[in-house]
Write a protein that binds this ligand. Sequence first.
Ligand code: SAM
Ligand code: SF4
Length: 330
Amino acid sequence: MSKLTDSFGRRIEYVRLAVTDRCNLRCQYCMPAHGIDIVPRQELLTFKEMYRLIRVLTELGVKKVRLTGGEPFVRKDFVDFLEMLSFNDLLDEINITTNGALISQHISTIENLEKVKKINLSIDSLNADKFAKITRRDVFPEVYKTFELLEKSSLDLKLNVVVQSGFNTDEITDFVRLTKDKNVAVRFIEEMPFNGKGQREMKENWTLKKILEEIKTEFIVEEIQSEKSSTSRNYKIDNHLGTIGIIPAFTRTICNDCNRIRITSTGTFKNCLFDDGVFNLRDFIRNGASNEDLKELFLSLIKEKPENGFIAEANRKKGNVSESMSTIGG
Ligand code: SAM
Ligand code: SF4
């Protein structure tokens, strides 16, 4: 049982770790066209530091880690890091979120890593031109190839689709249709203002309710009972092989059962996506902290976990949310 229990009785068993702030794409909802100011390499956590932080967290009861970024596969030797992390016998699952543009040649290696179970592939359009407009890079064929390979692989595949007014809302039902013959979970994500001051004007807010209404114009959906800590509300459709889900990332109706913490690529500990970072773990360990010191620290930081994302946002000292998701680790 997790020793990491917050002051609302929530057991923390899941950590999201951004392995880099670098990315090969420039998604318009995530960063400006010219990219974000990346930090000097020495400010990023090393893989050894990441391994150690995860090891200590698993000794406190964390069972799952999601590796994200930036784009995790941009970081040199990321696949070796997956192997290294697999040696942590206290970890049940290592999951990955990726844009899929650099991974097709690694899929068979990843499939052989016992603890790597789930891959979330971000794909916001099924149309190459629209995809290029959204990501500002021309990599749709490679991402779609990755999608097809992952769908055939033994890995559990989810597609992440950020619903963007004026860009891909007309494709919501196309994505749902994809689940008819493909064993995939398509998850629509409410767009959040974490765009690295990309100043994207959001004409309309596509909330869970609105996305669900759009789906219901064509499909009859039935809600599926999800795991308590699930980030999405999930649905099935008769005779569809796959499922669909909606992540209320912005309207935040899922905070009650949150079991997650985050560590950014520079080692900032975050209790909530919407807080502005509560502690720099990198400096703490580079200044000689022992594993016992780290444990004590984690146990006390968890007690400060805010009840929900609205409270976390209100407590921010650095002003409105505007940092890029690639620095936070989505
Ligand atoms: N580069 C990888 C990718 O795109 O899958 C991993 C990092 S990315 C920050 C993680 C997830 O956050 C992606 O699914 C992405 O679409 C999502 N994301 C990024 N910015 C977002 C925003 N402003 N609102 C909602 N989701 C966002
Ligand atoms: Fe890169 Fe992922 Fe952000 Fe797109 S969403 S710019 S792929 S980090």
